[in-house]
Each structure stands twice: as C-alpha cells, then as structure tokens.
Design a protein around this ligand. Structure first.
Ligand SMILES: Nc1ncnc2c1ncn2[C@@H]1O[C@H](COP(=O)(O)OP(=O)(O)OP(=O)(O)O)[C@@H](O)[C@H]1O
Length: 249
C-alpha cells in the first residue's frame, strides 16, 4: 500500500514521474526522519533535482505519494507546500542584490507577503531579533548593512539559506549548496548544516564527495530514477555498483 501513515517527517512512496514516456523518477521510495541530514548523490541525469522538484510541487508526480508529517503533498500547490513547512533552495541564489543583508532577511520574514508590503511594515523588535539571530547562524552578523551584491559567492548562498531559515521550515532542501565555494566556505557550510539540523531536517543534493563525507550520516544514491544504494557513507562508498556508476568516474 502506498501513502500509509508513518512516524517519518517525509515519506516518499512509489513516486514516479514520466516526461513523454521517459521515467525520470521511477517507483522511488525513501524516508527522512526528524532532524536528519539526507544526502542524495548520483550521476548526471539520475533524477536528483527532479525529486526535489516533485517534493516542492514544481513538478507534478505521475503516480505515487509524498507525505510530509502524514500530509499528502502531491495534490498541493507550491505555496501551500511552503506553508506546510518545506523550504527549497535552488542552485542560483534568488536574493535581492540592491537590498542589504538585513533587508533581504526582513522581507523573507513570514509576515511580509510582497516586497512592497514587507518593506513598509514596522521593524519591530521581534523581527529585528529574529533577523539578527539568523544572521549569526549564517555567519553574516557583521554584514547586516551591506548590500547583497557586494557579498562573496559563498555569503550569497548563506544569505539565501537564511532567507529560508527565517520562515522556519521543518524540511529544508538544498541543491548543490557548495558549488563554486572556496574550501573555507565549504567547511563553514558543513558547520551551518549541522547547526540547521538541531531543529529541522535537511535534504542535500551534492557532487562534492569531501563535503558529503563531512555532513552525511545516511546517503541515498540515485541512478536512472531509482535507488541504487542507501545507507551510511562508508557502506555506500564500498558498494561496487556505486563505484561503477558514480564514484569511479
Ligand atoms: N521537465 C522535464 N522534461 C523532460 N525531461 C526532464 C525534465 N526534467 C528533467 N528531465 C530529465 O530527467 C532526467 C533527470 O534529470 P535531473 O535534473 O533530475 O537529474 P539530476 O540527477 O539532478 O542531474 P544533475 O546532477 O545533472 O543535476 C534527465 O534525463 C533530464 O533530462
């Protein structure tokens, strides 16, 4: 039976999506616990991004179930999925270059529905406090008045993560968060993810295996829309099938 109730934060069951008959995700099932970091790896075209697109409602499933706290997501619209507590960061940061770090975080605070509305609401103490707390978490506490366009590539990525965190999602999904980052930024991003999972779960797609080893407890390896292997990084690395299709390349 698919879509049964579970204790998992996220239960993906028998999920399939076909694009003109091609199954980019094929009868996929996996489960994510509360406060888990799950890393999804796999070769190009394995279906990793499509899985995140399905969870956040950007792509509609052909069949199968995605339950988040036992609530079926496959029938919800993207904004309803955000409101249910699922945040998604895409590869390209969608920050406002001409606003400061403070303003970028402030407009993402759940009260502001539009940029206009968000900028005109009173900066009350609660908002300021929350913005400062998030800025501290994302290593930007001393950059609050800086315009976002002047941040480094890594700082822009952290800012966008902060813009999601301020909405307090229970599940945060990140697509290649360390792509293009310096080594020191990668190390700090791993630290950031460990901070984030103190009170939420994270799904990360990543190709950088050093970074994966720094953050991963459980890894799901996708290949041709299906699970090739799943388990602790040490097991996955030693799996001959994973070496053949992915790690050996
Ligand atoms: N909207 C779409 N229409 C048609 N085909 C699609 C669509 N989205 C994805 N695909 C195909 O589905 C397959 C899986 O793509 P996906 O982007 O999910 O892979 P990926 O594992 O994220 O790869 P990469 O590591 O290169 O980002 C690819 O063959 C891709 O061309």
């Amino acid at each position: 039976m698919t879509g049964s109730n579970t204790d998992f934060l996220l239960a993906v069951e028998a999920l399939t999506v076909s694009f003109d008959g091609f199954k980019a995700v094929d009868d996929l099932s996996f489960y994510v616990d509360e406060r888990e970091i799950r890393v999804i790896i796999g070769p190009n075209g394995a279906g990793k991004t499509t899985v995140l697109d399905l969870i956040c409602g950007k792509t509609r499933a052909t069949s199968g179930s995605i339950k988040f706290r036992n609530r079926e997501l496959t029938k919800l619209r993207e904004n309803e999925i955000v409101q249910a507590g699922v945040g998604r960061k895409f590869q390209t940061p969608s920050i406002y270059d001409d606003l400061t770090v403070f303003e970028n975080l402030e407009i993402s605070y759940p009260r502001g529905r539009t940029v206009f509305g968000a900028l005109t609401f009173r900066r009350d103490a609660a908002v300021r406090e929350r913005v400062e707390e998030i800025a501290e978490t994302i290593f930007l506490a001393d950059q609050l008045e800086r315009r976002a366009e002047f941040l480094s590539h890594g700082q822009k990525q952290w800012l966008e993560i902060g813009m999601l965190l301020i909405q307090d999602p229970d599940l945060l999904m990140l697509d290649e968060p360390v792509a293009g980052m310096s080594v020191s930024e990668r190390v700090k991003t791993a630290e950031l993810l460990h901070r984030i999972i103190r009170d939420r779960s994270v799904i990360v797609i990543e190709h950088d295996m050093k970074f994966v080893e720094d953050i991963a407890r459980k890894v799901t390896v996708l290949h041709q829309g299906r699970i090739l292997a799943e388990g602790p990084m040490s097991d996955v690395k030693a799996n001959p099938k994973v070496v053949e299709v992915y790690l050996g390349h």
